[in-house]
Design a protein around this ligand. Structure first.
Ligand SMILES: [Zn+2]
Ligand SMILES: [Zn+2]
Length: 402
């Protein structure tokens, strides 16, 4: 397993200058014309690996697709939620004789987005992303994937008389041209971009290039990159402390379950066995799930989601954007919502019972917003003293990696 990020060679959508994008980045920042653009790759990014020098210059490359997944897997088929980190690739066509996975190839050569004028012939995938994920992770219906980066990566082959060769190493692969499916067409979806300017007032939006949420210091609005546009999102802050060092983003979700009764704080007191007597006011207090909107290893992720949700912290709407570092929001909203099940399983007093109900459960999101919680610096950690949460700095750097 190798979890290092891939690099993508691309061009600034405004001036065409070369930009090297890290796979984790969703904003293209041009060092030449100084513009920033949100990058939309929906439904998933499609890359190709540039052929290496072993491929003869005048040859037309033939590209074979591979699915790649990266994220956390939570399984609900155990007494407590099990989890692991996944980073795999697998062949996306049913053709024997091709390398089963990409291995280290994407690290050896830069990736590029497929464009209309990309030279080469592309084989379309005939295995769906869902089927491929099952093949990579084993059978089992009760698995939830969070923070997965699903992408399609095309590997080059070339024809040397009648032999097909690996476009990077030049070594022949053990299939011939006639073994490959006849249909050859590059995937249709194209990249699109939105300038990082406030849709309301036109100011430059602030935020790191790997953050899905960016903000306007002029009109105090927050914008979420989703569905090929910038979407207005409500953001609130925890009561701030004078020695706040960093603001950590959390998805604040109000949800409805189909079977389980868990919509008020009174319900949570019962489900999580909180040592508190249920009061009338608890029955009226809406319950919010707080899910980390950042990537961190599964064990900490679940623990923080539990601590934050149990605390039901109150918020203060922002009148002015604080001049403090914002940790990037790099876990998409939809994946935050998927984390509600494992988070609830983690909190439940009767885990087995709750997990069994969750297997049949359906979730509806009633409301969502982003909540920034202030953390102080404490040696090699960021600490939230009121809630007793500490985040090791190196765990934040490593993302999903344990
Ligand atoms: Zn530019
Ligand atoms: Zn604005």
């Amino acid at each position: 397993m190798n979890t290092s990020n891939f690099k993508i060679d691309m061009q600034c959508p405004r001036c065409g200058a070369p930009v090297v994008l890290d796979e984790s980045e969703c904003i293209v920042q041009c060092g030449f014309c100084r513009t920033r653009h949100a990058l939309h790759t929906d439904p998933f990014p499609c890359y190709y690996i540039e052929p290496g020098p072993k491929m003869p210059a005048a040859t037309e490359p033939l590209y074979v697709p591979y699915w790649r997944f990266r994220g956390m897997e939570f399984s609900l088929d155990k007494a407590s939620p099990g989890f692991r980190v996944i980073d795999h690739s697998c062949l996306a066509v049913n053709t024997k004789g091709l390398p089963p996975s990409l291995g280290l190839r994407p690290q050896a050569r830069p990736l590029k987005f497929i464009g209309k004028d990309t030279n080469g012939v592309f084989l379309p995938p005939d295995i769906s992303g869902k089927t491929a994920l099952k093949q990579m992770t084993g059978e089992g219906e009760d698995k939830i994937y969070i923070g997965e980066t699903l992408s399609l990566i095309f590997m080059p082959l070339f024809r040397n008389s009648n032999v097909l060769c690996d476009g990077l190493t030049g070594i022949p692969v053990s299939i011939s041209v006639s073994d490959l499916p006849a249909e050859k067409k590059a995937p249709g979806h194209q990249l699109s971009f939105t300038p990082c300017l406030c849709p309301d007032c036109g100011w430059d939006l602030k935020g790191r290039t790997d953050s899905l949420v960016i903000h306007c210091s002029n009109c105090t609005k927050f914008w979420l990159i989703r569905n090929k546009k910038l979407n207005r999102i409500e953001a609130a802050f925890s009561a701030s402390n004078p020695d706040t060092k960093i603001l950590m983003p959390f998805w604040r979700l109000q949800v409805e379950f189909n079977l389980i009764t868990c919509s008020t704080y009174a319900d949570l007191i019962k489900i999580a066995n909180i040592p508190k007597a249920v009061q009338e006011e608890h029955k009226k207090q809406l319950l919010y799930f707080y899910i980390p909107a950042f990537k961190i290893n599964p064990k900490l992720f679940l623990r923080i989601a539990k601590q934050m949700t149990l605390s039901q912290i109150s918020s203060v709407p922002a009148e002015k954007i604080p001049e403090i570092e914002f940790h990037p929001t790099d876990l998409p909203l939809d994946e935050g919502a998927q984390a509600v099940f494992p988070a609830l399983a983690e909190m439940a007093g009767h885990r087995k019972e709750t997990i069994n109900s969750l297997k049949k459960e359906k979730l509806k999101i009633h409301a969502f917003s982003l909540m920034y919680i202030s953390f102080q610096e404490s040696g090699s950690e960021y600490a939230q003293k009121e809630m007793g949460i500490s985040l090791p700095k190196n765990a934040l750097q490593k993302g999903f990696k344990p």
